[in-house]
Design a protein around this ligand. Structure first.
Ligand code: LIP
Length: 264
């Protein structure tokens, strides 16, 4: 399969290669469950190897683009200041991977001066490629993505991420969650932010909210939602979600209601 954007083609080639390795490693995880230490070390190594493959492939195609990657951090490839930068999450949904749950992804975004120009979220288990180019729409493989048309909050399925040990704002989260429980038809917590976002883009979720994420979890997915006709904001209905990591996304129609319910 070949897409009209050279950047998307490069991201896909890199993600397919890294994804193949992740799927092989995922098969090994079950064998390692006997030793807790063994399995978490193995998963960290799988994460690092996936990142290495992605960095090699992307740098080979575009040697002077800078990179921000989850494990390696900032990598300066440009001699002069190049405004173009790859944002990479080599394994989003690490906990799922660690526990043998087949729901994880590779997420890559291309930014110019902080604005996301294109991005992909690749699910190596299902071989689904979600992608978008700014101003050109969002797709899953070759199929155009559109957010849901549901307007009544009472009919909506809402995705979320639940803060756990080591993360803050538990009390505040519970206040919002209670209101969503009272008002939505269904709630899901799948544990992979990039896939949660593309589920909004695909109309599988009507909305999704989560706090304390990182830019590599959400940069590509957020563009895919907006290009599918959805809305993405922070908890105040503003734009700063890539900086704060606090994200609310929806099919547009229910956005104000979702914001109202989760805000204290
Ligand atoms: C994960 C997110 C997930 C969130 C986890 C974590 P990672 O990213 O995708 O939705 O709930 O706390 O941040 O660490 O697997 O790349």
């Amino acid at each position: 399969m070949s897409y009209s954007s050279p950047h998307i083609n490069t991201m896909l080639t890199a993600a397919r290669q890294a994804g193949k390795k992740l799927v092989r490693d995922f098969g090994e995880v079950e064998n390692l469950q006997v030793s807790v230490k063994g399995v978490s070390d193995f998963v960290s190594a799988a994460d690092m190897q996936s990142e290495k493959i992605l960095i090699n492939e992307l740098s080979r195609a575009y040697p002077d683009y800078d990179i921000l990657a989850e494990e390696a951090g900032e990598i300066k490839n440009s001699k002069n200041d190049n405004p173009l930068k790859w944002i990479i999450d080599p394994l989003d949904g690490t906990t799922n991977f660690l526990f043998g749950i087949p729901h994880f992804a590779i997420s890559i975004a291309l930014q110019k001066n902080g604005e996301t120009l294109s991005g992909i979220v690749y699910n190596p288990i299902t071989d689904d490629l979600f992608w978008a180019v700014k101003g050109k729409g969002a797709f899953c493989n070759n199929k155009r993505l559109r957010v849901s048309v549901r307007e009544k909050f009472g009919s909506c399925t809402i995705g979320t991420g639940i803060p756990h040990k080591g993360l803050k704002d538990h009390e505040e989260y519970l206040v919002g969650l209670t209101k969503i429980m009272e008002n939505a038809a269904a709630i899901r917590r799948f544990g992979t932010a990039s896939l949660d976002l593309v589920y909004v883009a695909a109309g599988k979720f009507d909305g999704y909210w989560e706090k304390n994420l990182k830019i590599w979890d959400i940069a590509a997915g957020a563009l895919i939602v907006t290009e599918a006709g959805g809305r993405v904001t922070d908890f105040r209905g503003m734009n700063g979600y890539l900086e704060s990591g606090n994200i609310v996304s929806s099919n547009f129609k229910i956005h104000d209601e979702l914001l109202r319910l989760i805000k204290i």
